[in-house]
Write a protein that binds this ligand. Sequence first.
Ligand SMILES: [Zn+2]
Ligand SMILES: [Zn+2]
Length: 240
Amino acid sequence: MKYEADLHTHTLASTHAYSTILENCRASARKGIKMIAMTDHAPMEPDSPHIWHIENLNVLPDKIEGVRVLKGVEANICNVDGKLDISERVLNRLEWVIASFHSPVYWTDSVEELYNTYKKVCQNTYVDLIGHPTTASVDYDAEELAKLFKEYDKLVELNEASLVSGRTKRNKLIDLIKACKKYETFVAVDSDAHFCDRIGDVSNVEKLINELDFPKKLIVNNDYEKIKERLLKKRPWIEL
Ligand SMILES: [Zn+2]
Ligand SMILES: [Zn+2]
């Protein structure tokens, strides 16, 4: 399957990543990817750029090397109230917001707390995508989460980099894919690339999707028009 958008990518501004935005866009153009979300880490992660990096994204053109660059962030979920480490003033000017759990910032070993935190995150209208929920260390109920994300119309991420690195366990991802299929929860299949050549490479996740016969219509980033419609519904002022 072809993925026309990759909605989770890093530049070297997150210091454990290694490519510039120009290199990311050149690699994307070469692969026929029409859109990437530039989603460097928000301030609470130890490797994050200065907040000005996020605040100043509007100096970038909409398209680089013909690739539409969504100005985004991978925000950190900071506590059980679902607080993010980006102010509303900054969130308001971004085009794409991922909310992720990262252990250096906040982590929980309680299934109930994880669910309650995600519920609060879901109530944040700025959040577009729940980043790699499969990296949670607890044995959550995938069906409960899929239902929750569906109820609040949040996209669920099936994340390649965390699967390859082992931070996402294969069985957890399988359970989540099955649950999203059952409840018709929309997903994004993303590389979470930390080097330009990895953008659009989601081959390991795709293998599971195919094995589990996951419906293509529930994947939002396999078609530019589909993601465009979703983006414009929420932020009608952005140029696509
Ligand atoms: Zn992450
Ligand atoms: Zn990431």
